[in-house]
Design a protein around this ligand. Structure first.
Ligand SMILES: [Zn+2]
Ligand SMILES: [Zn+2]
Length: 459
């Protein structure tokens, strides 16, 4: 059997991607170049990542100050994409030190938003990363931890409740926690949606408070495609453009930073192959990378299939893209390119934000939902129907419904109407009793310092 050789350097090939054979090293260089291209995609990001030197417009001190102020935030889940992105940032810093007389152009803060039970495993892996793999850059790459529960470390809360007419009212609420929020969700999609808002808000708030110039999200092209399709399915298509826009600052958080998706040109299977090729796979938490592009498979990586009915919408879309990634990867890039071109729809009330997800509002959700909803029940006619109706009247289900309706009525009469986007009306409509406890949005909330989890040395 003849050996397949890397098209770029002629050594033994180990990976096959985009109709080309690569050795491990050339493949890592290929992925890395895709990320670096995004990091240099416009003047704003160039200013962040480039090493500034003394020149005609700046003194040496000014150049040093600019380099020190170029700080980016990397939300790190320790899945394959966020870790690959961090790894390429580390390589970039190493190279800068080597070629720019010991100087570097930027600093990285990696932020880990954790749930308590996962903390020990995350800490263990981060410790290995920071003391072994990223040892040379310990002063430029710092790790921070924020407990997801800190979302509820706020002074003021509100109870948001959805009426039969799909209108949302707010009354004063008392402190809650993530656990009870998630327990109220009837399915994994709404749990995932609410948890995404919580995490995204914590990350943005952290960037706001710590003066980062950009948040670098690890999303691969595949992840961006499944995020786009899932948003459409969930009635949240109006927020696609603001989610992936990296051409302007995030004005909802004071316009202090921009968002960047450095791996948007790299497929998830390529990110995973990068993990294997660069030895990152042993640092991953809760994730087994796919070996689809490797010429020699890792036989132990067969994942256990999940039942469709237990999947979230994102997971279903992801499964679809995983299935087509090998032969039809152009579908994925088309979805992402299309999403990139979407403009934001016209806002209804320019200043109004959704109370749950903080997104802009572009449709009159309640009007549309009222127009397609039949509120009158169907009359009970046959004996069988009468019997079933009697059973329902005697059951707990009826009590629960009556309680929920009474709560809605009492809150609607005393509460203040608050805006919700269409997608959040649907999410809240599916939550138990159609209500959630949410922090009250205010400037005060954004400035309330996020407490970082302190690491003690002995742990
Ligand atoms: Zn090669
Ligand atoms: Zn919303």
């Amino acid at each position: 059997m003849t050996e397949t050789l890397c098209k770029r350097c002629g050594t033994l090939a180990q990976i096959y991607s985009r109709k080309e054979h690569f050795c491990q090293q050339c493949f890592c260089t290929f992925v890395s170049s895709k990320q670096r291209k995004q990091m240099m995609s416009d003047a704003y990001f160039q200013d962040i990542f480039k090493v500034m030197h003394q020149d005609k417009v700046r003194t040496e001190e000014q150049a040093a100050a600019e380099n020190a102020a170029s700080r980016v935030l990397v939300p790190l889940s320790l899945g394959s994409s966020s870790l690959t992105m961090l790894d390429i940032l580390n390589d970039t810093l190493k190279e800068q030190k080597l070629t720019q007389r010991g100087k570097t152009g930027f600093h990285v803060d990696a932020l880990i938003c954790f749930k308590r039970p996962e903390l020990n495993e995350l800490k263990k892996q981060v410790n290995k990363l920071s003391t072994i793999r990223y040892k040379e850059n310990q002063s430029s790459i710092k790790f921070h931890y924020v407990d997801l529960e800190s979302f509820y470390n706020e002074p003021e809360f509100q109870l948001l409740i959805l009426s039969k007419k799909y209108l949302c009212s707010s009354i004063d609420g008392s402190k809650s926690n993530i656990k009870s929020l998630l327990e109220q969700c009837p399915n994994s999609t709404s749990r995932e949606d609410l948890l995404t808002f919580v995490t995204r808000h914590l990350v943005k708030k952290y960037a706001f408070q710590n003066n980062h110039k950009a948040i670098l999200w690890g999303h691969s092209m595949t992840k961006l495609a499944d995020e786009t399709m899932s948003l459409v399915v969930k009635g949240r298509g109006e927020h696609i453009s603001s989610l992936i826009d990296s051409s302007q600052p995030d004005f909802d958080y004071g316009g202090k930073f921009r968002h960047l998706y450095p791996l948007k040109d790299v497929l998830l299977s390529e990110v995973d192959a990068y993990c294997y090729s660069s030895g990152l796979d042993k640092f991953l938490v809760n994730y087994t990378p796919q070996d689809t592009l490797l010429l020699t498979k890792h036989s132990e990586t067969k994942s256990i299939g999940k039942l469709i009915k237990n999947m979230t919408i994102n997971e279903m879309v992801r499964k679809y893209f995983d299935d087509i990634e090998k032969d039809y990867s152009n579908v994925i890039s088309t979805v992402v390119r299309t999403a990139d071109k979407l403009a934001e729809p016209k806002k209804i009330e320019p200043q109004e934000k959704c109370t749950l997800c903080k997104g802009n509002i572009h449709t009159l959700g309640p009007n549309w939902l009222q127009s397609i909803t039949v509120e009158e029940g169907y009359a009970v006619k046959t004996e069988e129907e009468k019997e079933l109706y009697r059973k329902w009247c005697d059951s707990d289900l009826r009590n629960q419904r009556d309680e929920a309706l009474a709560l809605v009525d009492s809150v609607t009469s005393r509460g203040n109407p608050v805006p919700l986007c269409y997608g959040c009306i649907i999410t809240l409509g599916g939550v138990k009793n159609r209500c959630v406890t949410w922090p009250r949005d205010s400037d005060n909330e954004l400035n309330q310092t996020l407490k970082e989890f302190e690491l003690r040395d002995e742990e």
